[in-house]
Write a protein that binds this ligand. Structure first.
Ligand SMILES: [Zn+2]
Length: 305
């Protein structure tokens, strides 16, 4: 018989030899919280998923930290949006992380944009002007049917790098798809009364969302993605909003709400605090919660017009 002290020592040795249950999990790093949420849906208890970007950070301009390098160094898989969404901050972190498991082309490197039908691919592009959508619009995850495509890719890659849990990933994917189908029907129903409603966004970040739910984006406050609103452009937005009867402006946490409020004052529009990232708004820890919050906020504002 071991006394309690000896037992504790043996337990520690056993943990060191086999790895604790937590260490046995697949370590997944996502660039943004929406991708981390999908990783959790598909990975379940088999993976631990963290996001590099905070929910309230602009995914184009994340504040890169030394701790991100450590996180990437220990990762078994990395999920990025791709289409140059993270171009401004991810490459140097990756270079410093020196982790072959997540290097370009490795099974552990998951690029969400692969498999997505990209919108707004520019015919000509001039990065020097500050435009940040060189490869097309990278904010595709806000269309839940794109979430389905990405979830499938995640499940397939998780199965490839962790074959012993493939059945679990397959089951989680099936459950995710079934739930998403129900929720999409629910969200469609909620927004159906406002089919054709005209909305304005700060950045071009809802171009995949609007057609899915029958809404029409008449303008963005930014003249081009990543380029600050100019007075001349805002004047033209105001004219267009009045001409098209647009009464809603969507603003994410990292965007300039005061600019939106200036436009709203002159058009009688409502400025809505929304987010595409789980966790940015209260009680929105998952992709489903985030979409619920977005649809509820939008439907609520359109109802009162
Ligand atoms: Zn963008």
């Amino acid at each position: 018989m071991l006394n309690p002290k000896q037992f504790a020592a043996f337990a520690l040795m056993a943990v060191a030899a086999t790895g604790s249950p937590a260490a046995a999990q697949l370590r997944v790093v996502a660039t943004t919280p929406d991708l981390a949420s999908l990783a959790r849906e598909i990975g379940g208890s088999t993976v631990s998923a963290t996001a590099l970007a905070k929910p309230t950070e602009d995914p184009h301009f994340v504040d890169a930290k030394p701790s991100h390098i450590v996180t990437l160094n220990r990762a078994d898989a990395l999920i990025e949006g791709g289409a140059e969404l993270e171009l401004g901050w991810l490459p140097p972190l990756l270079e410093n992380s020196r982790n072959a498991k997540i290097s370009a082309g490795a099974p552990g490197r998951i690029v969400a944009s692969q498999g997505i039908r990209m919108m707004e691919i520019p015919a000509a592009f001039d990065r020097s002007k500050g435009d940040v959508h060189a490869m097309g619009n990278p904010h595709f995850l806000i269309d839940p049917l794109n979430a389905k495509i990405i979830a499938r890719q995640i499940a397939s890659r998780f199965s490839q790098i962790d074959p012993k849990s493939a059945a679990s990933y397959r089951a989680n994917l099936a459950r995710f798809n079934a739930r998403l189908d129900l929720k999409v029907a629910e969200w469609q129903k909620q927004l159906a009364p406002y089919r054709g409603a005209r909305i304005v966004t700060y950045h071009k970040d809802f171009v995949y969302f609007a057609p899915r739910f029958g809404l029409s984006i008449v303008e963005s406050l930014e003249p081009k993605p990543g380029i600050s609103p100019s007075p001349a452009h805002l004047a033209s937005v105001i004219r267009k909003m009045k001409a098209t009867n647009a009464h809603v402006i969507l603003v994410q946490p990292f965007q300039n709400r005061r600019t939106a409020e200036t436009v709203a004052r002159q058009t009688g529009a409502a400025v809505l605090n929304v987010s595409q990232q789980p966790g940015a708004r209260p009680n929105t820890g998952t992709y489903f919660d985030m979409m619920d919050n977005l649809v509820n906020t939008l439907a609520g504002a359109l109802r009162t017009q």
